[in-house]
Write a protein that binds this ligand. Sequence first.
Ligand SMILES: Cc1cc2nc3c(=O)[nH]c(=O)nc-3n(C[C@H](O)[C@H](O)[C@H](O)COP(=O)(O)O)c2cc1C
Length: 216
Amino acid sequence: MTQPIREFNAEAIEAMPARSRAAFINALSGFKSANLVGTADAQGRANLAIMSSAVHLGSHPPLLALIIRPGGDERHTLSNILATGTYSINHVTDTIVEAAHQTAARYERAVSEFQAVGLTPCWRDGFKAPLLAEGGISLGMVLREHQELAINGTHLVIGEIVLACVPEDSLLAEGAVDLRTAGTVALSGLDHYHTTTSFKRMAYAKPDQPPRVLAR
Ligand SMILES: Cc1cc2nc3c(=O)[nH]c(=O)nc-3n(C[C@H](O)[C@H](O)[C@H](O)COP(=O)(O)O)c2cc1C
């Protein structure tokens, strides 16, 4: 039996109360990544913020993009990235979801979210931004491009992965990574955290061959 489908046109979306619209639209891009972005200001004060907007831009060079909300200097992550040119992207894992979510609270600039929520910064020689010491997948990033988008004032931040820390047990053959073994969670909307189950792995698609399921 197929479920009845409700349709929302542009007027219906516009008429939603702001919070409901934000929850609704945030769910529509599908399951997202949950990452903690680690930065430091020019004085070396650490900052950590949860972000769901990481997008793969390319593998060679290895680029990830983030979308950061408008808000000028009150956006500590953005101003720190622009000040130092470095940041870290750390997967949220199942054991730290509550602390990770709490980093979304608007702490004063002088407050380190690491300390406020009970997570641990890991400083590397020659790298100005803290990584997360809690042990999931952690990436050291160097800023390569920043654009304020004309359409809504959000900021596109493009960075190159210059360091990738991946738990040994999660490394599979031919470069594949088992995110479930690494403890990485998925996110929907702005508040639902999911553990994952992989149920199928597919071979590279070719026009002259049918879909082929791989042994995992
Ligand atoms: C699940 C979740 C995902 C979020 N994703 C983003 C995001 O992709 N971009 C963004 O700018 N803010 C995002 N936020 C909001 C930031 O975490 C929040 O504004 C935080 O206070 C920013 O901290 P900062 O001022 O230290 O940079 C998200 C919040 C939550 C709860």
